[in-house]
Design a protein around this ligand. Structure first.
Ligand code: ATP
Length: 251
């Protein structure tokens, strides 16, 4: 059984069928890439995983439970976290303070800014935040102000903040979009390290095939709202349907 199972999902916007009978199975502990030309429906599908959109028909099961009708914050609490293209961090706070916030929120169910003042008495929270920074190789930057960091480091910090929520499924929407090659390669290394250390299941939407083939253990190819192939990376590259989808599309 997959940790995320999508069956016969359809989603239309007015007359436009953005998703048509989509089936997808993400195995626990794997990195699963979702690729496809522009407008194929990748973001629409991801939005159905986090409760931002509700499919017109079909089912989305996470850990054996339906996600349909569940509010986004409840899906997040159930263990689904999303990493955005633009890192969502608190730019005026230090790296360490940024990670403390989701550590508090995970424990208390919500977060108030004045919780940061209590941190001296909160050894468990401090240790957890430190461990998150160690996991993303940022412990040496713990006292830096977040706004002063490179884009790659901001991405690392956001990842630490995500990990603090103890996710079971991490959704990454074009994690290397707009990055220089060096930052892209750092992000590939980071995601590989996180998977090795924590065995977190990841679903990655990505256009950069270097990233896809460096990371993915399984790939689903979407074209015109339908999954046309789901297979191992070695079977995807030369697949005639995939080549046709890309040659006919924008890439
Ligand atoms: N909220 C919306 N209202 C109307 N149409 C939408 C909406 N969201 C997406 N669409 C349309 O649905 C189709 C699928 O869009 P989607 O953003 O899911 O594709 P994508 O594969 O993520 O594309 P890209 O790679 O360019 O980000 C497109 O034709 C898009 O214009």
């Amino acid at each position: 059984m997959g940790i995320l199972e999508v069956q016969n999902v359809n989603k239309s916007f007015g007359g436009l069928k953005a998703l048509q009978n989509v089936n997808l199975n993400i195995e626990e502990g794997t990195i699963h890439a979702i690729i496809g030309p522009n407008g194929a429906g990748k973001s629409t599908l991801l939005n159905c995983f986090v409760g931002k959109l509700v499919p017109d028909t079909g089912t989305v099961m996470f850990n054996g439970q339906s996600l349909l009708g569940i509010k986004p914050h409840e899906i997040n609490q159930a263990g689904v976290s999303r990493v955005f293209q633009t890192p969502e961090i608190f730019t005026d706070l230090s790296v360490f303070e940024n990670v403390l916030i989701p550590c508090f929120a995970k424990r208390d169910g919500s977060f108030k800014m004045n919780a940061l003042n209590r941190v001296r008495n909160e050894v468990d929270i401090q240790e957890k935040a430190e461990q998150m920074l160690i996991d993303v190789n940022m412990i040496d930057k713990r006292d830096m102000i977040a706004s002063s960091m490179s884009r790659g480091d901001k991405r690392r910090l956001e990842m630490a903040m995500c990990l603090a929520q103890d996710p079971k499924l991490l959704l990454l929407d074009e994690p290397t979009a707009g990055m220089a090659r060096a930052d892209t390669n750092n992000t590939i290394d980071l995601l590989s390290e996180i998977q090795d250390r924590r065995h977190i299941t990841m679903a990655v939407i990505e256009h950069d095939m270097h990233v896809v083939f460096s990371l993915a253990q399984k790939i689903s190819v979407l074209a015109q709202g339908t999954v046309i192939v789901e297979d191992l990376p070695e079977n995807i590259k030369g697949h005639p349907k995939v080549q046709e989808a890309y040659l006919g599309g924008a890439h």
